[in-house]
Design a protein around this ligand. Structure first.
Ligand code: AMP
Length: 419
């Protein structure tokens, strides 16, 4: 099957082919015709499945084929995403696939000045990609008008809810016309997502592709048991001995990410850290250097790494295991993108045995354990708690501290889960 068979116009097929893609991915094969028909969509898909093109291509076609109602250049499509990085990436896709069409687009996200965004919005755009927080700021200042939106996309809706955006999203929704097309994408369909969807979508086409284990199956997974204090030396050795050219390393905290990147530099591996305390410029630069191969190791927290479009990533390392088992699946999904395999290595110390068991339970399989000679864990080492008890709060770590790492710079200092 080709993109043309899905009903896309010549200009869009050309733009996709320019990227070297001639076969739609499963989500594209399902989503593109469904969106073109004009109906609502509830799509279960993670990054790496090609979902961005799955909603961007038909959205561009619909906008381009319909005349603008009324005067001026109103915002006709709104795409909401959880993080700055994802917003920037989705916007890149909009520009890439829309390159042969006369449509205009822009992004708004927090952490950068409002004024340039206001200027661009004032000149008029057809498509707006935004994080909910900054979009609300614009709405409050009346620097954006959403009253003529025809298509709304909620991308990574589960993450937006996890990050506490539900109230912001509801305020944005209240400013949109009731008659519109709504496309909701989420990695999982939790009860919360279903509740949101029930109030938003009208007889949606439900699209489910690549149950998450499909991605996981393509990835070689391995656990290296190791002492807490020897993780860094082991990681350095693995990078050196394996001659790893590009490795994404997940660490639990922002501070820990910075420290690890510094230490790896000292060990002779070019490294950078990316997390919510970094300025937008620093994050963009670190990502660009990593993609260009100028930086070999990128150390990231979960939220900062979420949705990063890094292709064919050969190695992912869990320097710290995530405390939410689903995050493990998201992390190692970085290596299995668009059909390519990869290797995921987890350095697991005695404090993390329970987390590892939870992950294996979710995956319904045991992960290979391999002790690297010279890094045998001390059998007498006592576990230490990974999370400080939230002061006065009773929230478990899985819900605590999941704050916006994206818009408005509300960084996570909440107890329990410091990013
Ligand atoms: P996404 O799930 O939207 O983040 O896309 C994952 C990656 O797959 C991106 O790097 C896309 O550029 C790439 N991609 C999208 N569509 C296709 C396709 N039809 N064939 C191969 N790669 C694709």
């Amino acid at each position: 099957m080709s993109f043309k068979d899905l009903g896309l116009s010549a200009a869009l097929v050309r733009a996709v082919n320019d990227q070297g893609y001639d076969t739609p991915t499963p989500i594209q094969a399902q989503a593109i015709p469904a969106v073109l028909k004009g109906g609502d969509i509830m799509g279960a898909a993670q990054t790496g499945t090609g979902k961005t093109a799955g909603f961007t291509l038909p959205m561009l076609q619909l906008l381009n084929s319909r005349p603008v109602q009324g005067n001026g250049r109103p915002v006709r499509a709104l795409i909401l995403t959880p993080t700055r990085e994802l917003t920037a990436q989705v916007h890149e896709s909009v520009k890439t696939y829309g390159r042969h069409l006369p449509l205009k687009s822009t992004v708004v996200f927090g952490g950068v000045g409002m004024n340039p965004q206001i200027q661009t919005l004032r000149r008029g755009v057809d498509i707006l990609v935004a994080t909910p927080g900054r979009l609300l700021d614009h709405m409050r200042q009346r620097t954006v008008d959403l009253s003529r939106v025809e298509i709304l996309v909620l991308d990574e809706a589960d993450r937006m809810l996890d990050m506490g955006f539900i109230h912001d999203i509801r305020k944005v929704l209240a400013a949109l016309p009731r008659q519109r097309q709504t496309l909701l994408f989420s990695a999982t369909f939790s009860d919360e997502i279903r509740k949101l969807a029930a109030g938003l979508l009208i007889s949606p086409t439900v699209i489910e592709v690549a149950p998450r284990n499909t991605t996981v199956e393509k990835v070689t997974q391995r656990v290296h048991p190791v002492d807490r204090g020897s993780k860094r030396a082991l990681l350095s050795q693995l990078i050196r001995d394996g001659d790893w050219k590009q490795v994404l390393v997940f660490a639990r905290t922002k501070h820990g990410s910075d420290r690890l990147a510094r230490q790896l530099e000292q060990d002779g591996h070019t490294s950078a850290a990316i997390h919510g305390n970094k300025s937008q410029g620093a994050r963009t630069q670190a990502l660009a250097h990593f993609k260009q191969g100028r930086v070999r190791v990128l150390v990231a927290t979960d939220i900062a790494a979420r949705g990063l479009d890094i292709n064919q990533l050969p190695h992912v390392v869990n320097y710290d295991l995530p405390n939410v088992p689903e995050d493990y699946v998201h992390r190692i999904g970085r290596t299995g993108r668009a059909g390519k395999g990869g290797a995921a290595v987890s350095l697991v110390c005695v404090d993390e045995h329970k987390l590892l068991r939870d992950i294996e339970k979710l995956l319904n399989c045991r992960i290979d354990k391999h002790v690297v000679p010279g890094f045998e864990p001390d059998p007498n080492e006592k576990p230490q708690p990974l999370f400080k008890k939230p002061a006065g709060g009773r929230r478990p770590p899985a819900q605590a501290g999941r704050r916006n790492d994206g818009a408005r710079g509300r960084n996570s200092a909440s107890a329990g889960r410091v990013r």
